[in-house]
Structure formats: structure tokens, C-alpha cells
Write a protein that binds this ligand. Structure first.
Ligand SMILES: [Zn+2]
Length: 367
């Protein structure tokens, strides 16, 4: 407040001595208040300044009148000053309350306008992920076998040596154990390990179920390989097992041919090369004609015309002894496919690490 502000001085200093003069002073103030309050307050700050100017506890106009006019007034003028002050206060408060309500309503309205959803605006596009190439290949492989009556089972990745080796006809000190450098669980060597193949589920399934059995087992397996372009220490397999009273080698060969045609194309031919696995007898490596060159020879098949698909064979009767199946009455076949290798071969991926780096530029090539 400047000193020219009449409320900073006493009535005596202002030369106000009569009741009429008091009324005039209050009328002036009221007029000034009305003028200021009818201004447009473009923002809340200006409105706050206005409020403080009139109703501020310390130096607001109303407080100043109380302190400088009312308290210092002569006894004759005091009652009138008091009455006029009360009237002015009531007026100021009612106008302020009214304006306050208008301001709040306006800001609510603008908030509502801001929040209103404009249905004509374009939506926010969310990008969907795609299934990983390995997952896609798993599903493709499973579907091929589901279509001919196989069902999908899964099993534990932490296994016992019994299920991973012994019951699959791989006794301790068998050389086949050397080919599968095994991760043992620390502190419990010889009691638990990370499965080196999905074959333990052959045993677990036959233990639980009576024949016929027709299963595929997708899953992760672990070996202590040195990771390079074609090997990791973890890879994916899909195991297959079919056991019944009348399964012959012809059924085995027919299933292999069916699979190769479904997976690589209808013109695909297959061949079996003798091999050795402790849990199948006889055992075979299954080759297929190259899906890229059709058998003429190319870079993918290393110019041989053939590509290696997987290892398989007729279930070794010795295995049935571990699950109390009758080897005289039952026969069957089993296979174990490297899913990563099949995916790489089919989709032309040259490096194993690409499958596990989750580089979107790679993954998006397989929508
Ligand atoms: Zn080829």
C-alpha cells in the first residue's frame, strides 16, 4: 500500500470529520472494489493478488480500515465507521465468493473439455511381438506329429542319472556318457544333473502309462560344449516315442518319410544310415534330400545333396526292462531331433548365437 492509499491513514489525517464524509469515503472504496472485481482475471495469479489486496490479514484494505479508521476514529464517528465497515465487508465477501464460484466452474469445464475422448482421433498402435523362430519350429514339429496321433508331454530339465542314463541303457562307464559332457548340479554329483537329452521322458512316460504310447517331448537340454557358431551349451530337442504291440521297422521308416515330406516339402526323399545309440537297436541317422537344391548339391548341403535330419531307431528291448514292459510282446521306435539345427537348416540361419541374442532385426524376419 502506498501512502496515497486512503486506508493507510486515519480519518483525521484524511480530514474526515462528519458522518456524511465517512459515508462518502466508504462509497469511494466500494466503487473502487467493484471496478477492480469486474476486471477479467485471465489467470489464477492475478485473482490471488486481488484477493490479498482486499482481504489480506495484514495489509488488506479491510484490515487497514479496521486498524487505521475504526480503531483510531473519534467516539462520535466510531459506530458509523463500524456499520459502514461491516456493510463493505459483506459486499466484498459476497462478490468474491460469487467470482470464486465462477472461476472454479470455468476451470472444471476446461478440465472436462481436456479429458473428453475424441473418438475420431487415430488410435495408438501397439506393436505386437511375434513367436520366436525356435518356438515356431517347435510348434511346426509338434503339429506334424499330433496330426498322426502323437501327444505332447513335457518333463523336468533337472534329472537323475537314472533317467538320463541308466534306464536308457547307458550304464556308468559306458562310452556314450563321454559324448554327452554333462552338467552336474553342484554338491550333489551323481544325484542330479541337467538332462543332456529329452530321452528321460521316454522312461518317465512308459513308467506311468500302459502301452500303446505315442508321444513327442519338446524341451531344453544341456551339454558342456564350447559355444561356437553351431553349438551352444543349451539347445532344444524334440523327442519322439511310439510303442505298441505291432510296430515294425516299416512303420518307423514310413513315419520318418512322412515327417520329412511335411517338414521340408512333398518331394523330399529320405535315407537311413546305420548308427549307434544305446537306447535304440537298430539305430539310424535319418538324412533327407536337400530342400534348397532338391539333391543336386548346394552350399546348404555342402554339395552332397543330402542333409542330416536326426538320429532314431527301434527301441532297444533292454529299455523295456526298466519300465516293466514286455519286450516279447511290444516294439516301437524313438527319435531325437535337434530343433535349433532343424530351424537353422530350414530357414537358412547360419549362426546359433542369432537364435539367442534376441536381436529384433533378426526376429522380425520370422513373423
Ligand atoms: Zn543342397
Amino acid at each position: 500500500m502506498t501512502t496515497s492509499d486512503p486506508t493507510a491513514q486515519t480519518l483525521e489525517q484524511l480530514g474526515v470529520k462528519t458522518l456524511e464524509a465517512v459515508g462518502e469515503k466508504f462509497a469511494e472504496l466500494r466503487q473502487r472494489f467493484d471496478d477492480q472485481s469486474s476486471l477479467h482475471f485471465s489467470n489464477r495469479e492475478n485473482w490471488q493478488v486481488f484477493l490479498v489486496k482486499w482481504t489480506g490479514r495484514k495489509s488488506g484494505v479491510l484490515s487497514q480500515i479496521t486498524n487505521n479508521w475504526l480503531k483510531m476514529a473519534s467516539p462520535e464517528l466510531k459506530p458509523v465507521v463500524g456499520q459502514e465497515l461491516n456493510k463493505l465487508k459483506a459486499h466484498v465477501e459476497s462478490i468474491i465468493a460469487e467470482r470464486q464460484r465462477a472461476i472454479e466452474a470455468a476451470s472444471e469445464q476446461s478440465a472436462a473439455a481436456r479429458d473428453k475422448i475424441d473418438l475420431s482421433l487415430p488410435g495408438i498402435e501397439r506393436s505386437f511381438g511375434t513367436r520366436h523362430l525356435i518356438r515356431q519350429t517347435f510348434e511346426e514339429l509338434q503339429q506334424i506329429f499330433i496330426a498322426i496321433g502323437f501327444s505332447v508331454v513335457q518333463g523336468p530339465e533337472i534329472e537323475t542319472p537314472y533317467y538320463n542314463f541308466e534306464a536308457l541303457n547307458i550304464p556308468e562307464h559306458h562310452p556314450a556318457r563321454d559324448n554327452m559332457d554333462t552338467f552336474y548340479i553342484e554338491g550333489v554329483r551323481n544325484s542330479h544333473l541337467l538332462r543332456t537329452h529329452t530321452s528321460p521322458m521316454q522312461i518317465r512316460t512308459m513308467e506311468k502309462e500302459k502301452p500303446p504310447v505315442r508321444i513327442v517331448v519338446p524341451g531344453k537340454v544341456y551339454r558342456r560344449d564350447n559355444p561356437d557358431a553351431t553349438h551352444g551349451y543349451m539347445f532344444h530337442q524334440i523327442e519322439g516315442l511310439a510303442v505298441d504291440t505291432d510296430i515294425t521297422f516299416c512303420d518307423f521308416k514310413g513315419t520318418v518319410e512322412y515327417f520329412a515330406r511335411e517338414f521340408l516339402g512333398p518331394k523330399t526323399k529320405t535315407r537311413l544310415r546305420p548308427s549307434y545309440f544305446p537306447f535304440t537297436e537298430p539305430s539310424a541317422e535319418v538324412d533327407a534330400t536337400c530342400h534348397v537344391c532338391g539333391g543336386k548339391g548346394c552350399r546348404v548341403c555342402k554339395f552332397s545333396g543330402w542333409i542330416e535330419l536326426f538320429g532314431a531307431g527301434m527301441v532297444n528291448p533292454a529299455v523295456y526292462g526298466f519300465v516293466k514292459y514286455d519286450p516279447e510282446r511290444l516294439s516301437g521306435f524313438a527319435f531325437g531331433m535337434g530343433v535349433d539345427r532343424l530351424a537353422m537348416m530350414k530357414y537358412g540361419v547360419t549362426e546359433v548365437p542369432l537364435l539367442f541374442q534376441n536381436d529384433l532385426r533378426f526376429l522380425r524376419q520370422f513373423p
